[in-house]
Design a binder for this molecule. Structure first.
Ligand code: ARG
Length: 460
């Protein structure tokens, strides 16, 4: 018999039971469901809607059910549809009529809205913790590589020299913004919907603020129809996680390229690479590739959620049950990617020589040569033109810029003097770029200091 079976004369078709049931995927919210019910029961007792004894018995039994679930002693039923009715059914089976009073002044619509908010709040904190670990590892790499020079790229063409510290700190900024987005999303998730009923609130004199306080919510929802049909916070989280995966996929892509034989800037630790079943020489960066690949499903989940919610009329619609698998999958995926990715980055070997060699080729100091001419009074456009000609000459002679003799330089312009060689050294190219936000050691140290402050402000 269904808990809602009163107005029905037939049992639900077996196929409909399976189709309708969400217990396969919403059982993971059992703790949130039970804690929400305990708070609701406590409030019902304190407001005199049920007796204090009844409230106490319900609360005590719910605690017992929680520990039974955690000890693997409970089996959920498909027929009971979802986690909310499974728990309620178990409660009633244990304490009979008193258990039947729990759902007073409540609907599954506000109940599920509460559960998912509580669940996401916990997971946002978990993911934030994983991100903070990644940030700490990035800071460590940056501190050890303040003077490790490598080419910076635009269009994947060597552009100007930078340091590895500066390069990885770019990712620090991205992941920091991801944390800030999670914090922001947390704020809108952290609003308590219970008391909204099915859609139109309830006539019972519930104390919504008491329930909110009990469950650690700083505020309550302000419109019962919105409260039961709002899934913005789910979509916001799916979106924040998509952006996070986008960042992970970008750094993964770079690490994959860097670990190719052609680059050899890094080498993944054996524990974080795999071999080929046919080619004995292979060492593949599978972890980075899988992180890059899993970005696809997280984007997919975002589109799923946006599409499920598109055009839904007020208020609750069963479509909304489809929110869970999508957001759970995004959460699971991110939680799987972050720790393994962090360890992979922590253990990879950095080939500083290869990086430096690559920065020496590709005329990464050409801008600095032009800037040298500007300092000697040549307008930038002319300096750019002359430098372009010098580069062309170097390509023909198969030489780096700094390998040309002063005579060769002078054949392009009389202003070149011996001091030019100092100006176009890679180290000078970097130390000269010392504005805040630039790659010089001082600038990056300042960014690292700020980064450390941010990380310690995150301690959770
Ligand atoms: N399992 C449902 C969900 O996940 C719970 C709410 C169901 N409410 C209803 N009136 N059918 O959305």
């Amino acid at each position: 018999m269904k808990l809602w079976g009163g107005r029905f004369q037939k049992n639900t078709d077996k196929f409909v039971d399976d189709f309708n049931s969400s217990i396969r995927f919403d059982s993971r919210m059992y703790r949130q469901d039970i804690m929400g019910s305990i708070a609701h029961a406590k409030m019902l007792g304190e407001c005199g809607i049920i007796s204090r004894e009844e409230s106490a018995l319900i609360q005590k039994t719910l605690h017992e059910i929680l520990s039974d679930i955690e000890n693997g002693l409970v089996e959920f039923e498909i027929d009971a549809e979802d986690i909310h009715m499974n728990i309620e059914k178990i409660l009633i089976s244990r304490i009979g009529d008193v258990g039947k009073k729990l759902h007073t002044g409540r609907s599954r619509n506000d109940q599920v809205a509460l559960d998912i908010r509580m669940y996401l709040k916990d997971e946002i904190i978990n993911i934030k913790r994983l991100l903070v670990n990644l940030l700490s590892v990035i800071l460590g790499i940056a501190e050890e590589n303040l003077s490790t020079i490598l080419p910076g790229y635009t269009h994947l063409q060597r552009a100007q020299p930078v340091t590895l510290a500066h390069h990885v700190m770019a990712y620090f900024q991205m992941f920091r913004r991801d944390i800030e987005r999670l914090d922001d999303c947390y704020k809108r998730t952290n609003v308590m919907p219970l008391g909204s009923g099915a859609l139109a609130g309830t006539t019972y004199p519930l104390d919504r603020h008491l329930v909110a306080k009990e469950l650690g919510f700083p505020s309550i929802t302000e419109n019962s129809m919105d409260a039961v049909s709002d899934r913005d916070f789910v979509i916001e989280l799916a979106s924040a996680l998509s952006i996070l995966m986008m960042h992970l996929s970008r750094i993964s892509e770079e690490l994959i390229i860097w670990s190719s034989h052609e680059f050899s800037f890094i080498e993944m630790d054996d524990a974080f690479s795999t071999g080929s079943s046919i080619m004995p020489q292979k060492k593949n960066p599978d972890v980075a590739e899988l992180v890059r690949g899993k970005t696809g499903r997280v984007y997919g989940n975002l589109i799923t959620l946006l599409t499920v919610m598109k055009s839904l009329p007020l208020a609750y619609n069963k479509d909304m049950q489809e929110d869970k698998e999508a957001i759970f999958d995004s959460i699971d995926t991110v939680k799987m990617c972050l720790p393994v990715f962090t360890k992979m980055v922590e253990t990879m070997k950095i080939n500083r020589e290869k990086m430096y060699k690559a920065a020496q080729g590709g005329f990464t100091n050409a801008t600095d040569l032009a800037d040298y001419m500007v300092k000697k009074g040549i307008p930038f456009r002319d300096a750019h033109e002359i430098t372009g000609k010098i580069v062309l000459y170097c390509i023909e002679k198969n030489k780096a810029i700094d390998e040309l003799t002063l005579e060769e330089f002078k054949s392009f312009s009389e202003i070149f003097e011996e001091d030019m060689y100092e100006e176009i050294k890679l180290e000078k190219c970097i130390s000269g770029r010392n504005l805040p936000g630039g790659p010089s050691v001082g600038s990056v140290k300042a960014a690292i200091e700020n980064g450390k402050k941010f990380v310690s402000s995150c301690e959770i």
